[in-house]
Design a protein around this ligand. Structure first.
Ligand code: PMP
Length: 306
């Protein structure tokens, strides 16, 4: 899985040298914030998708937990570009992470305790494997997402992913590709690592950003592309049964991209194959990277731009 170089605390270093101590605070208390980003091979060369938005969310997550990143957003953007150049990668999944380092084992890190920053680039294909093509078989998890006044869902923090692991482990154990969680109010929230969309009578429906979800950057892109395509969109509270009567269901995320769902709790969705709205959005989304969709919003950052 390794690639030649990692960016760690301000410099590019060989993969094997990018290490931390076992007393690292984040290891004990989940005090990390991170991003998942993709670099696509485009006709103009490798290009990040919405790099600036990811970096902004990283800094917003850090603010919630009062973690001083120690670099500017511009510096992190430049480091992300530099790492892809150093690794000579045509495409990649990129993981910037900011975390409290080794500086004592108190739950509250001391004011002068270290913060580390790393950026890792991996070769990573479709997150949900072949489900991305055929459609995923998903379940509604018996685990709910944390209530908004417990662990804030807008902050993409390492500790949040304990909830995702419970949802994902249960789903996998029971033979599903992925699990969808309900929120504290019993309404639909999101998948273990993806936002959720339904299509009903041609209209695109998605739980609101207040539904205990991560405000996904792919989710935002899909909402924008849908508006461009003239597809009606509604962000609103949705009960579990909305899944069972939906014409189409799909999930979005940087890793999952746009993954169609073909069944929920073993009940078939639509014709058990990606529906027309899902396909139109996939075409618009993936078209951004082969040039068939115009990059109207400046979402691509070309790595080798002169
Ligand atoms: N929800 C969760 C819990 C996630 O981990 C992710 C992946 N980052 C998403 C939604 C999708 O967010 P994005 O489109 O920004 O990757």
């Amino acid at each position: 899985m390794s690639t030649p170089f990692v960016w760690h605390n301000g410099r590019i270093k060989p993969w094997a040298e990018a290490n931390v101590h076992v007393s690292t605070h984040a290891l004990h208390y989940g005090s990390s914030v991170f991003e998942g980003e993709r670099v696509y091979a485009t006709p103009r060369g490798p290009a990040y998708f919405r790099l600036a938005e990811h970096t902004r969310r990283l800094f917003e997550s850090a603010r919630v937990y009062e973690i001083e990143v120690g670099y500017s957003e511009d510096e992190i953007n430049a480091a992300c570009l530099e790492l892809i150049r150093a690794n000579r990668m045509p495409s990649a999944y990129v993981r910037p992470i900011v975390f409290r380092g080794a500086g004592g084992l108190g739950v509250l890190a001391k004011d002068d305790a270290p913060v580390e920053v790393a950026i890792i680039a991996l070769n990573w294909g479709a997150y949900l494997g072949e489900a991305a093509e055929r459609g995923a078989d998903v379940c509604v998890s018996s685990w709910n997402r944390p209530a908004p006044n417990t662990i804030p869902s807008w902050a993409k923090a390492g500790g949040n992913y304990l909830s995702s692991q419970l949802i994902g482990l249960e789903a996998r154990r029971n033979g599903y590709d992925e699990g969808i969680a309900l929120g504290h109010n019993g309404l639909l929230s999101e998948g273990a690592g993806e936002n959720l969309f339904l299509v009903k009578r041609g209209k695109l429906l998605t739980p609101p950003s207040s539904a205990g979800i991560l405000a996904g950057i792919t989710r935002d892109a899909v909402l924008t592309l849908a508006a461009d395509l003239g597809i009606a969109v509604e962000e609103r509270d949705l009960p579990r049964e909305a899944l069972y009567s939906a014409d189409e269901v799909f999930m979005t995320g940087t890793a999952a991209e746009i993954t169609p769902v073909r069944s929920v709790d073993r009940k078939a969705i639509g014709k058990s194959a990606p529906g027309p709205v899902t396909k139109a959005l996939q075409q618009a989304f993936f078209g951004l990277f082969d040039g068939r969709t115009e990059d109207r919003y400046g979402w691509l950052s070309v790595v080798d731009a002169i």
